[in-house]
Design a protein around this ligand. Structure first.
Ligand SMILES: [Zn+2]
Length: 535
């Protein structure tokens, strides 16, 4: 079969190759190609995991050497499962084009047998399928190809890479169901970044600044990253952490690298589920073909490491899950908000390019001209130390009154284990009493986020109706539960605005002619009230 296929290699060119490495395929062409791969290989299966708001199938491809398609079978075989995602931002299509070539070369030539014999792969070629079909040359005008590309947001104008926790988009709800089902050991999200020019074709982010379980953090910093970075360097793609600049577009102002800011972003989300996530960001000014090559190399070297370190990764994950579900975890202070320490920097070598800051006679402002033919080695301060700005001690359980269906549904999307009270019950609970709350005026992802909150905590005995949902924290998803439900957690449901806002509204009021006599009677009849009221 393989020989016969090899004879038809010409027909097996991807649309990207046919175009001379400058164009990326449409949704229909992409789906057609993965279906051909499915038909040509017993190891590949293509399946749907949902449907987009405009009616397109959300599709993934799974490659398993034994042809397994179920998570349990793959786990039982002991192989690590890698999920590679492309097209969460469809204009950033390198992941799609890189993986179609990688999979084609594997199916036709067995080029990566040494990897695929030991690692199983789920690949999502286009996550945001509706945004992908908003195809135009102007989807990302800053970017050096492909010639046409999709649009960043979904048909509902939501950015899926802000939606992992709040799960508003139907695409995300479908993704979470699939993620819960497969529970991949390692996740890669492929992107393209904007911003100042520099020499690196690719930057990356992993959660290594204290917002991931310690053993997994060590696995990432001591096992994964040293190997992967070295391989990338040797392949001609030296990588650097994904940074922003203290002053926009101005590398000399210093570099800032921060944790993902809660689980709204992909790699931040998998981190709270105790699974390593790697964010890849190729640089938009590099030629498209170079960015596709770098993305392919990044996946290949990840697979090499996973093939070698399957045992240590699986063990680190098991230990992290066990610890997160334990009493010992609840005894710790769990960080729920971080900020970059703006006073703690170190010097780092940065392969930038020379640039000029010019005064614009058009706008009166500054603009930047990068001189890519003048590579320059900078020595720059990097601010990459994260400080915990809020932390909590997790309770034994959270209680969600039965009527809060929207919130209960959110927890269900994440596959969180919940119990239901079968009779009316009383509990001693810690309650947050808000004293001050305000909202942002402009919407963000369709929500008016809370920008300031103050509350007091009170321990009280409260009664709860039968049907109340009890969310125990002795489960591996305890970190995620805290991020959803602790009000001050970065990107919590409360902070997003809208999910809980009705609790801040006054719904009834009292006439003064009713309040006055009532207040007088109460002050006279309730011992101590007068003193408390007038101090
Ligand atoms: Zn992106």
């Amino acid at each position: 079969m393989a020989g016969q296929l090899l004879a038809q290699t010409e027909n097996w060119q991807t649309e990207y190759e046919k175009s001379g490495l400058v164009a990326t395929p449409t949704y229909a062409q992409t789906m057609d190609f993965i279906e051909r791969l499915d038909a040509a290989s017993d190891q590949i299966s293509v399946a749907d995991f949902g449907i987009s708001p405009q009616g397109r199938a959300l599709r993934y491809l799974i490659y398993d050497v034994d042809g397994y398609t179920e998570a349990a079978q793959i786990k039982a075989a002991g192989r690590p499962l890698l999920m590679v995602q492309a097209g969460i931002h469809p204009g950033e299509s390198e992941g799609k084009d890189a993986m179609l070539i990688l999979l084609r070369d594997q199916v036709l030539q067995g080029k990566y047998d040494h990897l695929f014999n030991n690692v199983s792969l789920i690949f999502i070629p286009i996550f945001n399928v509706d945004g992908h079909e908003r195809f135009s040359p102007y989807g990302r005008i800053n970017q050096n190809g492909p010639v046409e590309m999709g649009w960043r947001t979904t048909a509902q104008n939501l950015n899926l890479n802000r939606d992992f926790l709040k799960a508003e988009a139907p695409e995300m709800q479908a993704w979470l169901a699939m993620y819960n089902q497969f529970d991949p050991d390692f996740f890669i999200d492929t992107h393209t970044t904007d911003g100042a020019d520099y020499q690196y074709v690719m930057t990356y982010a992993m959660e290594t600044e204290g917002n991931m379980e310690r053993g997994l953090t060590e696995w990432q910093t001591e096992v994964f990253l040293p190997f992967w970075k070295k391989q990338m360097q040797q392949a001609g793609f030296p990588v650097f952490p994904y940074v922003s600049f203290r002053r926009w577009h101005d590398p000399r102002s210093g570099l800032v690298s921060s944790p993902a800011g809660g689980p709204m972003l992909s790699q931040g989300y998998t981190a709270q589920r105790n699974r390593p996530g790697l964010l890849l960001e190729t640089h938009m000014l590099k030629p498209y073909a170079q960015r596709v090559d770098a993305t392919k190399a990044a996946v290949v070297f990840t697979m090499e490491l996973l093939a070698r370190e399957a045992k240590s990764l699986k063990k680190s994950i098991a230990v992290a899950d066990h610890f997160t579900a334990s009493e010992a975890f609840r005894a710790t202070n769990f960080p729920i908000k971080f900020e970059v320490d703006r006073h703690d920097s170190s010097l780092v070598a940065f392969d930038g390019v020379e640039y000029k800051v010019l005064k614009s006679e058009l706008t009166g402002g500054d603009w930047f001209v990068y001189e890519k033919d003048k590579p320059t080695a900078f020595l720059l301060p990097i601010f990459d130390k994260a400080k915990v700005s809020e932390s909590v001690k997790l309770p034994e359980a959270y209680l969600i009154p039965v009527e809060w269906k929207t919130v209960i549904n959110k927890l269900q999307y994440h596959g969180i284990q919940m119990d239901t009270l079968d009779r009316n019950s009383e509990f001693l609970v810690e309650n947050y009493h808000f004293t001050d709350v305000s909202w942002q005026g402009r919407p963000y992802e369709g929500r008016h986020k809370i920008n300031r909150m103050a509350f007091e905590t009170k321990t009280e005995r409260k009664s709860f109706l039968a049907g109340t949902i009890l969310v125990p924290t002795n489960q591996p998803k305890a970190r995620l539960i805290a991020y959803l439900l602790e009000p001050e957690a970065d990107g919590s449901l409360l902070e997003w605005g809208g999910f809980f806002d009705v609790i801040f509204e006054q719904k009834e009021y009292a006439e003064s002619y009713v309040m006055e006599p009532l207040a007088r009677r109460m002050l006279d009849s309730i011992p101590g009230l007068k003193q408390a009221f007038f101090y």
